[in-house]
Design a protein around this ligand. Structure first.
Ligand SMILES: [Zn+2]
Length: 316
């Protein structure tokens, strides 16, 4: 089924580079029947007023951005000087009440302690703060990122091994890693199934993959819809649920070991601010622009297992 979003037709001509669009079949099952789930603008500082559509496969339920900019056209949506994950910042100490740090730290401790110190690949390493921390704990680390500028910074400023590109990568050998991490990066790639298959090949027997992605089957998405921070169009190309992430991992050959919710009070706070700014949604969205209310709401989403992020540990 061909689907062109209404909003795309209304997109104004932009002063930037021309965008090459592509339509895709379902990224999980290859199905061609999908329905529009939502439409939303690029809410980043360089958004240029462009709108994008998220569709849902009628066969397997996977949600994905469609149509989408081609891989070469996508570069302009990641300005290295202003895209936050590409900035190298010192990590602030984890605080127990910040769900992400606490739960990610907990998952890391449990998953990484079992395999001990070994060889670790961070897919989508960004500014390299996670690599630096793991290097400090004795891990033999390698970073991989699509941005050449960012990778150069990781090498020059942090002195760590980092490669430019995606998976598969010609410089990475099969069964050469004990752990692969994908912190908020799998949703950015054009072919997630192929990336996971390659990650499976790169892991040594018994190796582990840790994947964290935004969860579109969450209360924050239901509350805020197009204003939900986790959409981040068009940079997020796949919009996973716990079920579709687990399915894709299993089809790539992985065995699911654990699946946890992770809450992001800051995402919720930002989403509420966007919704109020755009005058969308009910009046109570205003309450969530207060940080304590956003934190309480994110705890509620976490405790009801509908938080806005999901973290899976999978084994080869
Ligand atoms: Zn499908």
């Amino acid at each position: 089924m061909t689907f062109f979003p209404r909003a795309l037709a209304e997109t104004p001509a932009t002063p930037g580079l021309p965008i090459e669009w592509e339509e895709t079949n379902c990224l999980l099952c290859g199905g061609r029947r999908y329905k529009c789930l939502t439409e939303a603008p690029d809410a980043s500082a360089n958004g240029q007023g462009l709108w994008f559509a998220v569709v849902q496969c009628q066969e397997c339920g996977l949600c994905f951005t469609n149509p989408r900019p081609s891989p070469s056209a996508m570069v302009q949506f990641y300005p290295p000087e202003s895209y936050p994950p590409y900035q190298s910042r010192p990590e602030r100490p984890a605080r127990w009440f910040h769900g992400w740090h606490w739960l990610r730290g907990d998952a890391e401790r449990k998953a990484l302690a079992r395999v001990g110190q070994g060889r670790l690949l961070d897919f989508g390493c960004g500014g390299g703060s996670f690599l630096k921390r793991m290097d400090g704990q004795g891990w033999q680390v390698t970073g991989l990122d699509i941005s050449a500028t960012t990778v150069c910074r990781v090498r020059a400023d942090l002195g760590l091994r980092a490669l430019v590109g995606s998976l598969p990568h010609p410089d990475l050998q099969p069964e050469s890693f004990d752990v692969i991490t994908m912190w908020q990066s799998l949703e950015h790639v054009h072919a997630p199934r192929e990336v996971l298959r390659e990650a499976h090949a790169l892991l040594a027997p018994g190796g582990q993959l840790l994947v964290a992605v935004p969860n579109i089957d969450s209360l924050p998405y239901r509350w805020f819809g197009p204003d939900w921070f986790g959409l981040d169009l068009p940079r997020h190309l796949t919009h996973f649920t716990p079920m579709t992430l687990a399915l894709m991992l299993e089809r790539a050959g992985f065995r699911i070991k654990s699946l946890r919710m992770v809450r992001h009070p800051k995402w919720l706070h930002w989403s509420a601010q966007q919704a109020v700014r755009h005058k969308r949604g009910p009046y109570w969205h205003r309450w969530l622009t207060s940080r304590p209310a956003a934190s309480a709401a994110s705890w509620y989403s976490y405790l009801s297992r509908q938080a806005d992020c999901v973290l899976v540990t999978a084994a080869k």
